[in-house]
Design a protein around this ligand. Structure first.
Ligand code: ADP
Length: 557
């Protein structure tokens, strides 16, 4: 079998070993399921709907910095297991992805240059079960939010069950939960809502977590079949913890296993729904708004994961910067007010929804309206109040779990738009939110960019998502965006704020900020990593965790 030389070999691997490895891999997955990345000319940034598996399309460093040596698409769980065993035999690093979009956090690219990207989603993409009575689904890595939603529509199940979606519907349900991504219905915390996993361990063994560790008794007369096809325990998707240490957490944002199945709780159709928008006119009213939100969210008067969006995030969904102004640098207060006026929005725009029958919704809406009315100049809208195309019409779908792709548009705020997310956690406190906003906005503006961001309100905290939009064809703009995020991480750490998730290029720096008691958390993670993956084949460097055979000092960014 012939394989061309890759553009980037894995570290400490020669060409001959790499070819022998791929020859053995081809015996497992078929030659047609292996693509060697041979030259820079092959790297296409593609688009959201046509995402590359070779590199990060939103490259903040050189396009070929975080790059795969080859992309391999296994067709089944046993093939994943065999691939992992071969990676151990040949000491080759592998990087699993489910769908590989991972927009703003590195796409499908591996942290370690030359790793093999394992594209699980191409073939392993069944919806294994949708259980109406238990209100859950069991999915494989390649099932997207749009797929799961479509399944409910096609099976006439929408009146029974809803899913939760992030801003864009093309990601993997399983992959997004693994990264602890969020959506906006009451089930918005995807990791919280997952229940039971099947994982290929770094030695190639297959494990089921929680109640899945208890075998479902075999029916009399049946013979054991393939391990991964065995029916799961009847409570696997009903009780997450099982018996003994709760292990699922160590597989999220980590490099300790390849998830091949996951249970995800679905929301029973609440029997009524109303989305809304509350516009808040002044910048400094963020403080008041957040203090109003905290008790309402805690008491679940605010039932879902609502968002407080900066005017420019909404403006960017509706048009490019050039469509509003000829100003090149960051927009000032007057220009922001003018845009807000034009769009009939506030400096901050709060998107939420009411769930339940009409009397429930009316009662909750009364409380919410009254609370927000203490802010001067707030306005309240339902989608039906607005005729022209607006963000509320998109959020109306998102907040009831209908996938959309409209929010892709804000990336085109500037020409050749690409983006990077900076995502610190904030208290749900007016003072903290205002300070975090001011600290981050100052740095964004200093680096010549517009502040575009949103606060996503969880049960007791907010994910503050700052969208750093840059021109991917302008090397200087990329450098500035990269240096900006490094400064933001340091500034926020100085205030005791840490990020919930990050792009490949920042994993080491952020991991370094979670350093209480002489980095005990990292030392603990490394101990587990080295015990479970002694050859360090699985996603070395993921979230700053480097196995001993890849010295952090050599690879750290
Ligand atoms: P998206 O759903 O946005 O397309 P990806 O499939 O790219 O996301 O997954 C994002 C990240 O999550 C990957 O880079 C990888 O680190 C991790 N991940 C995704 N799927 C798996 C999996 N099945 N097993 C282990 N880690 C995974």
């Amino acid at each position: 079998m012939t394989f061309e030389a890759p553009l980037a070999l894995p570290p400490a691997t020669d060409q001959a070993t790499f070819k022998r490895f791929l020859t053995r891999v081809a015996e497992v997955v078929g030659r047609e399921n292996i693509q060697v990345v041979t030259s820079k000319d092959e790297l296409e940034d593609g688009s959201y709907h046509n995402q590359p598996y070779t590199h990060d399309p939103h490259h903040i460093l050189d396009q070929d910095h975080f790059i795969a040596s080859a992309v391999v698409c296994p067709r089944s769980v046993p093939e994943v297991q065999d691939l992992v065993k071969l990676a151990n035999e040949f000491n080759i690093p592998i990087w699993p992805v489910s769908i590989g979009r991972n927009s703003g956090y590195g796409g499908a690219a591996p942290r370690l240059r030359g790793s093999i990207v394992v594209d699980l989603g191409k073939h392993i993409r069944r919806i294994l079960e949708v259980n109406v009575e238990g209100a859950y689904a069991v999915v494989e890595p390649g099932v997207t939010f749009a797929d799961l939603h479509q399944y409910l529509v096609e099976h006439n199940l929408k009146d029974k069950l809803w899913i939760d979606v992030p801003d864009l519907g093309g990601g993997s349900v399983l992959g997004n939960a693994m990264e602890r991504g969020v959506g906006y219905t009451p089930y918005g915390d995807h990791w919280m809502m997952h229940c039971g996993m099947e994982v290929v361990l770094p030695n190639g063994e297959l494990m089921r977590t929680g109640m899945g560790a208890m075998p479902e008794p075999r029916k009399a007369g049946t013979v054991p079949g393939r391990l991964d096809e065995e029916p799961g325990n009847k409570c696997w998707q009903l009780f997450p913890y099982g018996f003994g240490p709760y292990n699922d957490g160590i597989f999220s944002q980590s490099n300790l296993g390849i998830a091949t199945k996951m249970g995800i709780w679905l929301m029973p159709n609440p029997g009524g729904y109303q989305s809304y928008l509350i516009t808040v006119p002044k910048e400094e009213d963020l403080r008041k708004a957040v203090d109003i939100i905290r008790p309402l969210r805690l008491q679940m008067v605010l039932q879902n994961v609502p968002t407080i969006r900066h005017i420019l995030l909404d403006a960017a969904v509706l048009g490019s910067k050039a469509s509003y102004t000829s100003t090149q640098g960051p927009l000032g207060d007057e220009e922001l007010d003018a845009i807000a006026k034009k769009l009939n929005l506030g400096r901050w725009n709060f998107y939420g929804a009411l769930y339940g029958p009409e009397p429930t919704r009316t009662a909750l809406w009364g409380v919410i309206k009254q609370a927000f009315s203490s802010i001067e100049g707030v306005k309240f809208f339902f989608p039906e109040d607005i005729k022209e195309n607006c963000v509320l019409h998109t959020r109306h779908k998102t907040l009831q779990g209908i996938p959309t792709f409209d929010e892709l548009k804000w990336i085109d705020w500037i020409p050749n738009g690409a983006h990077l997310f900076f995502s610190p956690i904030s208290k749900v406190s007016g003072e903290d939110a205002m300070l975090q906003y001011s600290v981050t906005k100052k740095r964004v503006i200093e680096s010549g960019l517009d502040f575009i961001g949103t606060f996503t309100v969880g049960m007791r905290e907010m994910h503050h998502i700052v969208c750093i939009v840059f021109n991917r064809k302008d090397e200087d703009a990329k450098r500035r965006a990269h240096s900006l995020i490094k400064i933001l991480i340091a500034d926020c750490a100085a205030h005791g704020w840490g990020e919930y998730r990050t792009h490949l290029a920042l994993m080491d720096q952020i991991a370094g900020t979670y350093n209480w008691n002489n980095n005990i958390l990292m030392r603990f993670n490394e101990t587990i990593k080295n015990a479970l993956d002694p050859k360090g084949i699985l996603a070395p460097g993921k979230n700053g965790i480097w196995p001993t055979n890849y010295a952090r000092t050599t690879h750290k960014l």
